[in-house]
Design a protein around this ligand. Sequence first.
Ligand code: ADP
Length: 160
Amino acid sequence: MDKTPNIAVFPGSFDPITLGHVDLVKRAIPLFDKIIIAIGVNSQKKSFYDLEKRLEWLNLIFEDDDKVFVDHFQGLTVNFCAKENANFLLRGLRYASDFDYEKTISQLNRTIGDNIETVFLISQPQYSHISSTIVREIIKGNGDATPFVPSEIAEFIKPS
Ligand code: ADP
């Protein structure tokens, strides 16, 4: 009997993608048959980089990873999971405040999302201080955020 594939959705804003996100996906590749990195689009919230740019960067960074796909969705993450037949959510934990937030969301998603399991990977120490928020603040201040992002996008975020 064929085994049901283990499909994970990695939802986030990726505004922009950082080395922390990339490390998480690379470490998750051996755990799943397929990983869909999915940008959650909230029409009420203005992003720093537009959706097209964020999708383009994700596609560029993961173009050689056969198991990794890139997509976007509106609305509830669990509905997107159902559409994609995904049975897992992938999320990262950096510090205690991530845990408090993620715990609630994970419990909600398991209830409303037909037993979707969230798999958490703990950030590696060298990436735990990196966040998209910090990267955006550095860019807004015309600083150099390239040490925190994958080399594929460094040229696009260099200070002018
Ligand atoms: P969101 O807006 O949903 O928090 P993000 O793009 O900021 O989306 O983050 C997506 C996921 O990546 C979250 O689970 C977050 O905890 C994780 N993440 C972000 N930065 C890091 C990092 N440096 N190390 C490990 N996980 C991270």
